[in-house]
Design a protein. Sequence first.
Length: 300
Amino acid sequence: MSSDLVFIGGMGRSGTHVLARLLGRHPRFAEVPIEVRFHCDPRGMPDLLGGRVTLTSFLERLRDFWWHRVRADGQPRGLYNPSTRALFDAAVERFEDAYASDPVAACRQLFVDLLWPLAAQEEKPGLVEMSSHNVREAQALRRLFAEARFVHTVRDGRDAAQSVTAKASGPDTLLEGIDWWAGRLRAIEAGVRGEEDGAAPALSASELCVVVLDDLIWGDREAAYERLVDFLGIDDDPGMEEFFELKMHPAAERVEPWREGLGRFERRRVERKYEAALAELEREGNHVARPLIDAYERLG
């Protein structure tokens, strides 16, 4: 079952949702319609298995925040969406009873019990889940699903930085936003490696695929699409191809939100800052540096 499980992760607004919708059009994968988060968020399964939170604390958050929460925009989210209360309660009870004897097996079974009914309903063998911390917690998730595959979706760091400066809790300026963005990529890299000695990423090329959203939308779209399909070991499908062509088709010209309101001198400062950040990430051996640099050079 785990060989048919795909975890998509990355920073917010980097394409995790649209990639999950794309793969959900394939006959192999059912799409989990929300970020369920309990398996990868802080205070979630990785912290539980690592002894950083207690079972009681995890269960309280599972039954409350991860079951039903309301976002800042007033939209409800939570496991109540893809599950039912009866299924949820029964799965959590089984998990609580089984955890002490085999924590890893109990966590794996909880994920399966809560989410695999979605695949059964659609008569599909696999599942794709899109919580943003999936890649950062890849090492913990590999303990649960040894053959799962991970897709890390990224976008131009200038646009990513611009999106967070608009948030009340985000950086104040675009230049600070680029530092924030690079810091998040470093945190994800540490999770991917699972090491502190600067060794090569612990996830192999057969386990982890980097998708640059800018390439998939505005660059060599077909090549980027084919790389993703090849990585997952699936055949192209008319439903997936139709979604790609109709829902992920580029606009007349590439939109770069970070440029809005900036003069030529300010834009050049941002470009230099971004180029320096990419160079530093590459020197550090960050697994997304080269794909981002290649996209930057191709798209300008």
